[in-house]
Design a protein around this ligand. Sequence first.
Ligand SMILES: Nc1ncnc2c1ncn2[C@@H]1O[C@H](COP(=O)(O)OP(=O)(O)OP(=O)(O)O)[C@@H](O)[C@H]1O
Ligand SMILES: [Mg+2]
Length: 242
Amino acid sequence: MHDNNDNCWTLFDEVIAAGVDRVILYGPPGTGKTFTALHCNKTHTQESYRITCTDDMTNMDVTGGFLPSADGGFEWIEGAAVKAMTGGGRLVVDEIDKAGGDVFATLLNITDSDGSSIWEHPVTGQKHTASHGYTVIMTTNVEQIEELPQALIDRFPVRIRIDRPHPLALETLPLAWRDYADRMADAGAERMSLRLFQSLNKLSQRLGTEKAAKVILGDRADAFLQAVAIDTMRPIDSTPTI
Ligand SMILES: Nc1ncnc2c1ncn2[C@@H]1O[C@H](COP(=O)(O)OP(=O)(O)OP(=O)(O)O)[C@@H](O)[C@H]1O
Ligand SMILES: [Mg+2]
């Protein structure tokens, strides 16, 4: 069982509440890093923008570029990072370890600390700088933070390893499953992500838990069924009284 005093999600809340505006969330897949980065702890007026890095993405996805317009010409479309930077928004950059060299360099500029992050419009030459509130949260599945390039780590002094599903995400699952889903998120080779439990939950409503578990978990169905049966039989308050 996880220790609630050492909860990565509570730490993330504290970090954002303290006004830290450059954070990396890393660790096993399917724990709610992207969802939380996009939706939680935002000011009411703050917009979120998301970039998912791949080898073959271009700066078009980050800063923008020209696209054909209805009148047969071309018009400049602003990219997600520039929108977030100039509008004081929340920029979520997923799979940061997958960005190629050119895009990576642009991302380094645009996610630098507010005084240094700057982007120059290639046509007008206008220089854009960060507006108040601009926050960048990067997510990745690397296991060790040292796997990321040093230049990136330097710009993001707060790195949090997310080792459990977000508590609000767990609440979307049946009560008896939550403890198991919490434990399995970071269980090494055995791990099971929130996405898997969400699919299992959907299919269970149609086929029943036992059959759905066999379809989705195969050999591991019995372990799951046993664990959730034990959890169901636990007393409601199992906190030891010392
Ligand atoms: N707070 C939440 N409330 C409801 N559903 C959530 C919440 N957080 C996450 N989820 C759901 O859990 C699933 C996994 O979340 P998400 O994609 O954010 O994980 P992730 O950690 O970014 O995974 P990966 O590392 O693979 O990118 C998604 O289906 C998402 O909608
Ligand atoms: Mg993600």
